[in-house]
Ligand binder design. Sequence first.
Ligand SMILES: NC(=O)c1ccc[n+]([C@@H]2O[C@H](COP(=O)([O-])OP(=O)(O)OC[C@H]3O[C@@H](n4cnc5c(N)ncnc54)[C@H](OP(=O)(O)O)[C@@H]3O)[C@@H](O)[C@H]2O)c1
Length: 277
Amino acid sequence: MKQNTNKYLIIGATGKTGARVYNKLNELGLNVKGANRQGEIHFDWRAPETWAAALMGIDSVYLTYYPDLAIPEAPEDIAKFCALAKIKGVKHITLLSGRGEPAAQVCEEIVQKSGISWTVVRASWFNQNFSEGMFRAFVDAGTIALPVGAITEPFIDVEDICDVVVASLLDTRHSGNLYEVTGPELLSFVQLADIFTEELHRSVDFVQISHAAFGANLQHNNVDPKAIEMLTYLFTEVLDGRNEFIADGVERALGRPARRFKEFVSANRLAFLGGSQ
Ligand SMILES: NC(=O)c1ccc[n+]([C@@H]2O[C@H](COP(=O)([O-])OP(=O)(O)OC[C@H]3O[C@@H](n4cnc5c(N)ncnc54)[C@H](OP(=O)(O)O)[C@@H]3O)[C@@H](O)[C@H]2O)c1
């Protein structure tokens, strides 16, 4: 079999998906470089002068944008990045996108029309927002307090997202595919809290709070203002029922079902109970 000599660049290599994709490629013995603001390759979305050096000699890119493809700067950044990637000879880009965000879909189209082979992985809410993200503290405290009502969401395990991303980076059959990836079940935040209670054998509740109280909590915890803006957008606009359906991207890309939320909590039980991840 022909040896894979491709060079891979992971943007956001310390993030929830980026770190896993980096590790998975590394474990396969592939030539992979991680890029972020303090990584082995210095890359900053807010400093375009860092982009060209990061793309030097790269064949395939896993592209994650921060804080979200819905921010006003994103389309211009993505367009400039793709144009530069083309000049630098990049052959494939896999883009991580979010569901139900028209602004993110503008960025998807930019990648799709870049003239570079592409895969788009359009994901629902990550399970890992509750283990590695800013909502972990809610689980530890036993109360998930968010400005959201009876809405349901098909939360996805980032391990599934990463398996799809890795497949897309290794196999050209995934080129030109948009995979909408979700978990296999729609869960309300009350049901999600109940799963934590059941699996961790300790009480985790859900309470709906006002948008104002949520914003004040984030400010109090020194969350980056751009991230606060994104979360406000997410809770006021995106979580309005538009994403209350399950998509088959994991099955289509990998030929197996996506993991259930219950499996995620159970697999991370010790980390949740130990207070760290
Ligand atoms: N979380 C979800 O539920 C969800 C769902 C669907 C889609 N997404 C998408 O996933 C992406 C990542 O989301 P996340 O919030 O879960 O974050 P994350 O991937 O866990 O972490 C963010 C990554 O981006 C890097 N980063 C931060 N600021 C950067 C900058 N200015 N330039 C370059 N790299 C930077 C961070 O590294 P350094 O801080 O070291 O630079 C880190 O590696 C977003 O585009 C989001 O829309 C998320």
